[in-house]
Design a protein around this ligand. Structure first.
Ligand code: G6P
Length: 463
């Protein structure tokens, strides 16, 4: 029986999005594909080929069919997919998890209008609880005796409360890949639901975060909003170098790189790769580039901004509005500065990971400027595959800042003029300095492995 290194207790991993997506082919057969995203590229290789059971929601029609088969083996994973009532799941995922909790944890509310909780909130919260209980029931059904249950993220805060009753032999650990709302934001959530959520998290042996700041925000909210003092631990996730290098070496990435090269030629490339998401701060990033071109005419025609943004959460209306705003800003900037031979910004909105990795290889400057971000694995992925000693311009509000600040340039995410100044410094940086910083960044990223992150979870289960 295989288990991750140095651990003899069985493991059950629980997350909303699973490591595999199923689609129905034209002939009716089910095809599986490994999913993208930090959770999967970080944790996937650790549990692939082991006895770990991964429980996740069925998010596509194909997933729902796979769910009907019970625990399935796919892409090297042992999976249990949960087919939940679609309306209940939509309320839990779109309305509560992404519409409220995500906004609270990332400070995204536009407070003169949002949040606003009317009669529909209770129904949505009941759906969130029902989904969490369905996950708990599935864990209770499949978890071997004495297993460690690793619950991931804000979608699943109430699983442990129910498991404590159903399966007291299990040890549950929770890990948030997001920041956590400090009391001033957390207290905007209706208090009964807020208290239930905090009690749910406190029911774990311990709750993990990528940085001390997020752990402190959580303990502050738990104390002030529910009178609780939960145990916490800090364990930043790392990128698996082999995984990202495998994509970098693929023919799809090679082709994407050739196409990118044909487009940018020998210009300096400012690059970004993100989900198309409010917290990632794409809009201010493009406005900073606009400011750069205004302040420094010498960069016009010489620098190009290439952005790979993949669509996310179409069920949340604010995302569609944000995408429209971003696209409009890009069109205006291109209109203002573009020439017959130079388009200042190339924004691609599609789910094309090989193209994103091609951009990571070719970029000269990486702009990672989130408003607030649990960690941000794109920064370390880019460092691992970049071939040009790229400069990293990194928001101090990203969890990744803690580890990379020694050699990254600091971006204040709300300061557009300041960000333009950082981009100017990055574009102008002498080759020797770029090399020095890139070497430091590479050393830091390579020194951390996903296995260390997993070891922290398992240690927290014994605490
Ligand atoms: C980001 C966050 C994760 C979260 C995921 C959900 O990657 O860092 O904490 O689980 O988004 O994204 P999804 O596409 O599944 O809504």
């Amino acid at each position: 029986m295989l288990s991750p290194p140095h651990h003899d207790r069985p493991i059950v991993l629980v997350s909303n999005r699973g490591p595999v997506t199923f689609t129905e082919a034209a002939d009716g057969t089910l095809r599986s594909r490994r999913g993208a995203g930090g959770l999967i590229s970080g944790i996937g290789p650790l549990v692939e080929g082991t006895d770990t059971i991964w429980i996740a929601a069925a998010m596509t029609e194909g997933d729902r069919r796979a769910a009907a088969t019970g625990v399935a083996e796919a892409e090297g994973f042992r999976l249990r997919m949960l087919a939940l009532d679609p309306d209940t799941y939509r309320l839990a995922y779109d309305e509560v998890s992404n519409g409220v909790l995500w906004f609270a944890h990332h400070g995204l509310w536009d407070l003169s209008r949002q949040p606003a909780f009317d009669h529909s909130w209770t129904v949505a919260w009941d759906a969130y609880r029902a989904v969490n209980h369905a996950f708990a029931d599935a864990v209770a059904e499949v978890a071997p005796a004495g297993a460690v249950v690793l619950v991931q993220d804000y979608h699943l805060c109430l699983v442990a409360t129910r498991l404590a009753v159903l399966r007291p032999d299990l040890d549950c650990v929770h890990f948030s890949h997001t920041p956590f709302a400090p009391p001033v934001w957390f207290s905007a959530i209706p208090s009964e639901a807020g208290r239930e959520l905090l009690h749910g998290l406190a029911a774990h042996r311990s709750c993990g975060f990528h940085t001390q700041q997020w752990a402190t925000d959580f303990t502050d909210s738990a104390r002030q909003c529910a009178g609780l003092t939960p145990s916490t631990f800090v364990a930043p996730l790392a990128t698996d170098p082999d995984d990202i290098r495998r994509v970098a070496a693929s023919s799809a990435c090679q082709e994407a790189l050739a196409a990118l090269q044909a487009m940018v030629g020998d210009r300096t490339v400012i690059a970004r790769v993100d989900r198309l998401e409010l917290s990632k701060n794409l809009l201010r990033g493009f406005l900073a580039f606009d400011e750069l071109l205004r302040q420094h005419p010498e960069h016009r025609g010489e620098v190009v901004f290439v952005a790979e943004a993949y669509p996310s959460r179409p069920g949340v209306a604010a995302y569609a509005r944000y995408q429209a705003e971003v696209e409009l800003a890009v069109a205006e900037i291109n209109q203002r500065w573009g020439t017959a031979h130079w388009q200042p910004i190339n924004l691609s909105v599609e789910d094309n990971f090989p193209a994103a990795v091609a951009l990571m290889r070719r970029g000269d400057v990486f702009l990672v400027n989130p408003i607030r971000d649990g960690l941000n694995l794109v920064a370390s992925e880019a460092i691992l595959v970049n071939e040009r000693n790229a400069v990293l311009a990194l928001s101090a509000e990203a969890g990744a800042w803690d580890g990379l600040q020694e050699a990254a340039l600091r971006v204040a995410p709300f300061d557009i003029a300041g960000t333009a100044g950082v981009l100017h410094d990055a574009v102008q940086m002498p080759a020797a300095e770029r090399q020095r910083r890139a070497a430091i960044l590479g050393g830091i990223v390579r020194a951390h492995t996903p296995a260390q992150w997993l070891a922290h979870q398992l240690a927290a289960a014994e605490a």
